[in-house]
Design a protein around this ligand. Sequence first.
Ligand SMILES: NC(=O)c1ccc[n+]([C@@H]2O[C@H](COP(=O)([O-])OP(=O)(O)OC[C@H]3O[C@@H](n4cnc5c(N)ncnc54)[C@H](O)[C@@H]3O)[C@@H](O)[C@H]2O)c1
Length: 283
Amino acid sequence: MGALDGKVAIVTGSGGGIGRCHALALAKEGAKVVVNDLGGDRSGDGGGAMMADKVVQEIKDAGGDAAPNYDAVGSFENGEKIVASAFDAFGRLDILVNNAGILRDKTISKMEPAMWDTVIEVHLRGTFACLQAAFRRMREQGTGGSIINTSSTSGLIGNFGQGNYGAAKAGVYGLTRVASMEFQKFNVRVNAITPVALTRMTDDLPAFQGGALDDLSPAHISPIVVYLASDDAKDITGKCFDVGGQHLGMFEVKRSTGADKPGTEPWTLAEIKEDIGKIMAWD
Ligand SMILES: NC(=O)c1ccc[n+]([C@@H]2O[C@H](COP(=O)([O-])OP(=O)(O)OC[C@H]3O[C@@H](n4cnc5c(N)ncnc54)[C@H](O)[C@@H]3O)[C@@H](O)[C@H]2O)c1
């Protein structure tokens, strides 16, 4: 008996890297999986059926059930098509993992408009479009669901040279929070992860060089996704899990206690100067 027997999942961008590991892990627990991938290179250029087909075959060879989908995540139209493919293949949808992603790194002063637009389109609009289409179908289906979005420390902490990517990933975090509130009464849970793994996306980044890293294989990311997809996580929504190697933890945006000026007048510059230590303190 698997933890996901009878459930149907979509994993976007699951022809390689972390997404492939999610698809294999979800299938191992009994889910039927739509393996979505446009089959392009790291920057999103090119395309083909081979990447998705290969993972579908891997799942079938291991005794699971899967179907491919080759639509590029990014447009609202394709969001509908990707979600519809789960109904075409398996007749329902219980789990959506928004994982597809690309990089077009440049410092902000050198970033061209197309680099901004494409990264925002794939990560932020793509996540929104799939999430919206999935939620509408899950609500209609009436049996709840689990959506897991992929954010990044680049968005929540920051990373040099990733203004487009960081902005998109911070947006994915905000979207996760809002969607978790809006979907709660329909029993559709929405959580996020910030993965750290050695894939073609990261293998040449400075932070991933040198031998001091633990095992950062993408397979380490998937167990928490399987858990969040399962009924064991039925009370968990709106959360963001930090995962990489042997580590599992949380990210949360918090408001500090701050300082309150008595009365109704705005703060003066002199008062801010005087109290800046208190205003910026965390405890
Ligand atoms: N690897 C890390 O350390 C790390 C860190 C933070 C966040 N992430 C995020 O994790 C996710 C997976 O990244 P990865 O490291 O496995 O990278 P990867 O390049 O190995 O995998 C990304 C996959 O998405 C597919 N893809 C790209 N654009 C697509 C589109 N428009 N439609 C459908 N498929 C598309 C690619 O073909 C590829 O198979 C991404 O969202 C990435 O931003 C990764």
